[in-house]
Design a protein around this ligand. Structure first.
Ligand code: UN1
Length: 498
């Protein structure tokens, strides 16, 4: 690694690439190798101010561009991402560690979202309704809100920003985007594509920097009308409090403690494949990761044996290598957090079946690698059963009936995704009815949501909003009800009833 060669990147504000006003920079690092990938602006409140001002000015003209024309730009965005899919995926693997097939999937999710939302430019449906008066028309339309602040995590550096930025833009809002501090380069590459696709200056701005300075300034700015945030529950709730004081709309996607139920009649080969993928894919760093496996007593021994055997065979390494199954966790602090939870689990009396250690042999010594970890004999209520770990750790919990399994599944403060493995249609339907999560899978793991269905969770996972689907449009627009009276006289609603 030669420090001399490291590229320096800039923010994009009002259609121009600019350094932070303070001229400060911060590093983007490869978590598999420790290599410095680039230097990006360490932005502060003054950079956020400039970006919000630019977005507020651009809003006045962008909101008047007909939605189908706004969408044409978004179709071009989709085409450009598609052309660059491989380069973006490789950079993403370098910047946050997940293996190349998964980073290709992340980029593909942004492509899917761009095509899907661009299509909405020709719909953005409202509806008409009959008026209670004669000679009076009534209908409603979606109106944009103004400047939107987008704050995103590092685990899906393109997919998650795409879920927010694209619908915000198609609705006619303008955006200030603050990507995660661990993945600024992907954020900057994403914004470059919008510029190339012909988005007018000021419509989308990016400021890279720490959440504490740049993110908070965005949340606190009175001209930012909506905050869309994905990240930890702790940060999300703190942001929500600030937004509430300012009367600002906030859409939150926060933690999860997702579980899968495995019934004795399930296809255990399929369940093993799906659960290893859901627990250890993305090194367990998905909001949707399966961190609890609730297994029926009669399937416990066999499923446990299969899972442990498979987890032990997973190969850790640099995600760019074709023989790697699981990449590093994103940072040293994340590595410590995962290990602390493993220690907590042991103290609570759970039985460690495999993993539970940092792996630092040979080339892995420079990165943040943690062995895929499975705990057995986990009881409902243990901290490792209740709290989100966000790493390659999953728990096995025994249940003796479907009813009990669903109760355990529902027994955490979160409600993002859930799954059940069974061949019994009645059991599956009952579980779908009783599971209290925003996403339910049958004979499929807990990960892999598609962009055209609503994505989000119940309880402390969110605050009632959804991303994906046409439902996401509700976050970035508000309803305008229109009445047109063509009677030529005063007609009083609720009063003139003859
Ligand atoms: C996340 O983990 O933050 O459903 C998003 C999935 C992906 C998105 C995950 N499509 O697992």
């Amino acid at each position: 690694m030669s420090a001399v060669e490291v590229a320096t990147y800039k923010n994009y504000v009002d259609g121009t690439w600019v350094p932070a006003r303070s001229a400060q920079v911060m590093e983007s690092l490869n978590p598999a190798t420790g290599e410095v990938l680039g230097l990006v602006p360490k932005s502060g409140p003054e950079d956020v101010e400039a970006a919000v001002q630019a977005a507020a000015r651009a809003y006045q003209s962008w909101r008047k561009v007909p939605a189908p024309r706004r969408a044409e730009i978004l179709f071009r965005v989709a085409e450009l991402i598609l052309q660059r899919k491989e380069d973006l995926a490789r950079l993403m693997t370098q910047e946050m560690g997940k293996v190349l097939p998964e980073t290709r999937g992340d980029v593909q999710e942004a492509i899917d979202m761009a095509y899907f939302i661009a299509g909405e430019g020709r719909r953005l449906h409202g509806y008409t309704a009959p008026s209670e008066m004669p000679h009076k028309a009534a209908y409603c339309v979606r109106a944009p809100l103004g400047v939107v602040g987008v704050i995103t995590p590092w685990n899906f550096p393109m997919a998650i920003p795409s879920w927010k930025i694209l619908p915000a833009l198609v609705c006619g809002n303008t955006v200030v985007f603050k990507p995660a501090s661990y993945t600024p380069l992907l954020g900057l590459k994403f914004v470059e594509i919008f510029e190339e696709a012909g988005l007018p200056p000021g419509v989308l701005n990016i400021v890279t920097g720490p959440g504490g300075a740049a993110g908070d300034a965005l949340v606190a700015h009175p001209q930012v009308r909506v905050i869309s945030f994905t990240g930890s529950t702790e940060t999300g709730l703190r942001l929500a409090e600030k937004c509430a004081r300012l009367g600002k709309r906030v859409s939150l996607e926060m933690g999860g403690k997702n579980a899968a139920i495995v019934m004795p009649d399930a296809d255990l080969g399929l369940a093993t494949d799906a659960l290893v993928w859901s627990a250890f894919g993305t090194t367990g760093q998905r909001c949707t990761a399966c961190s609890r496996i609730i297994v029926h007593r009669d399937a416990r021994a066999e499923l446990t044996e299969r899972l442990v055997e498979r987890a032990r065979r997973l190969r850790l390494g640099d995600g760019l290598r074709p023989d790697t199954d699981v990449g590093p966790v994103v940072s040293e602090s994340q590595l410590q957090r995962v290990h602390e939870y493993v220690e907590i689990g042991k103290r609570e009396g759970a039985r460690l079946l495999t993993g539970g250690t940092r792996v630092a042999d040979g080339a892995l010594a420079r990165g943040y690698f943690y062995a895929p970890t499975i705990f057995d004999s986990v009881r409902p209520g243990m901290r490792i059963e209740q709290e989100e770990i966000f790493g390659p750790v999953t728990d096995l919990i025994e249940a003796d009936s479907l009813e009990r399994a669903v109760a355990i599944l529902n027994g955490t403060p979160y409600g993002l995704s859930a799954s059940i493995f069974t061949r019994d249609i009645n059991a599956a339907m009952e579980a779908i009815d009783d599971i209290e999560t925003g996403i339910v899978y049958v004979n499929h793991g807990t990960i892999g949501a598609e962009v055209h269905l609503p994505f989000g969770g119940t309880k402390n996972t969110g605050n009632g909003h959804r991303e994906g689907g046409t439902q996401v449009l509700d976050v970035f627009s508000e309803w305008k009800a229109v009445y047109i009276d063509f009677s030529g006289r005063l007609q009083r609603a609720q009063i003139d009833r003859e």
